[in-house]
Ligand binder design. Structure first.
Ligand SMILES: Nc1nc2c(ncn2[C@@H]2O[C@H](COP(=O)(O)OP(=O)(O)OP(=O)(O)O)[C@@H](O)[C@H]2O)c(=O)[nH]1
Ligand SMILES: [Mg+2]
Length: 363
């Protein structure tokens, strides 16, 4: 998963680190203040003379400019040394990072945000650094990525904290994996101790009712279904009634695939919303669709609303751009990643775990 991006990020990490190391090497060792005889310094004590740092304003005057540049010189302690990181020291790796993110389908505004955060955290304030420059780079990259990924959404916790039955409606364009996701989420919730009923809300596509029914039967989940061609609102209304009558914790509603510009199908979805009153509308798209998935998610959110996103086929996606971009673009969390065709191939989306995966281990 996301192997191409992972590999590229590893290269970028070492570029940042070597550029910062170079900047450190080019700067003088701090001078040690004289101490009274018999007193041993535990750490080098920089004298005032050890900070011959021209202010941004002084530099600007030297260079004939009126105002200091946006990025002022700051001090960063690297391996117990004070090092100045200038914008020029990280300009090149920052540009490379920008290119890598764009090449891997990270949306432009999201790329801009990550770059701005990196710049701000590396150049913009004083930081105490631990054992290595790489730690500094990784922690900066981690917080930049976490910043755009947001908090995520823990479905089990959401269900525990809400009135039952919790009604979840799955939407999205054709063939992205909605029905498979409904089955996987049903299985996941059962494993987490919740009772589940599935509403066969795709009455439109031939074979759709049988498809979801087959999954549900395999998993031992009750399906509420009507005839092909029936009104999906009526099916899902019945599913809600069934759940209430049988003390079921969660209703998972499958729907037919549709594009946001098909007015009649979007109206049908709107009617489903009014009748079923879902607690969560979950938009499902493929991670492999990259930027297209991000744009479609945004359009669906504007058209019928979205509370969370599931990205399927992450197992087939070397880039990871959609996973990085969608939450920030749509302003809604990613709930799960689909990671294969089996019922267990679903991963709750914890931004910290995903960022650790991107920044850790071998690609
Ligand atoms: N590799 C992989 N394949 C997946 C994943 N999720 C779904 N699929 C496959 O994608 C194909 C389409 O899945 P469906 O669940 O039928 O998609 P859908 O969105 O319900 O399709 P429509 O109802 O026709 O709109 C199937 O072959 C699934 O096995 C995933 O996470 N990884
Ligand atoms: Mg389907």
């Amino acid at each position: 998963m996301f192997d191409s991006l992972k590999k590229k990020l590893q290269n970028i990490r070492s570029k940042f680190a070597s550029n910062i190391e170079e900047a450190a090497a080019a700067q003088p060792e701090p001078q040690v203040a004289e101490l009274p005889a018999g007193v041993e310094a535990k750490e080098p004590v920089p004298t005032p003379a050890a900070e011959p740092v021209p202010s941004a304003a002084e530099e600007a005057v030297e260079e004939g400019r009126q105002k200091p540049t946006f990025f002022e010189r700051v001090k960063v302690l690297v391996r117990d040394r004070e090092v100045l990181i200038l914008e020029k020291d990280i300009e090149e790796p920052l540009f490379e990072l920008e290119m890598v993110l764009l090449e891997n389908d990270v949306a432009l505004p999201v790329t801009d945000e990550i770059i701005a955060r990196m710049r701000r955290d590396l150049v913009g304030r004083q930081r105490k650094i631990g054992a290595s420059v790489d730690d500094l780079v990784v922690s900066t990259l981690r917080s930049a990525l976490c910043g755009v990924l947001g908090e995520g959404l823990d479905l089990s916790r959401y269900i525990r904290e809400h009135e039952r039955p919790v009604k979840i409606l799955f939407t999205g364009v054709n063939g992205t994996g909605k029905t498979t996701t409904v089955a996987k989420v049903g299985h996941y919730l059962q494993k987490n101790g919740f009772s589940v009923v599935i509403g066969a809300g795709d009455t439109f596509r031939a074979g759709a009712i049988e498809q979801i029914r087959t999954h549900a039967d395999r998993l031992g989940i009750k399906t509420i279904q009507h005839q092909a061609g029936a009104d999906p609102s009526a099916v899902l209304f019945d599913a809600v009634q069934y759940a209430k009558a049988h003390d079921i914790d969660v209703i998972l509603a499958d729907t037919a695939g549709r594009f946001h510009n098909r007015a009649n199908l979007m109206n049908q979805l709107e009617k489903i919303r009014r009748v079923m009153k879902p607690d969560l509308v979950v938009y499902v798209d493929e991670a492999v669709a990259g930027n297209d998935a991000v744009i479609r998610a945004d359009e669906f959110n504007k058209a019928v609303g979205t509370d969370a996103v599931v990205l399927t086929k992450a197992d087939m996606d070397p880039k990871g751009g959609a996973a990085i971009s969608v939450a920030h673009t749509v302003g809604k969390p990613i709930l799960f990643l689909g990671t294969g065709q089996g019922y267990d191939d679903i991963m709750p989306f914890d931004p910290r775990v995903v960022v650790d995966e991107l920044l850790g281990g071998e690609a």
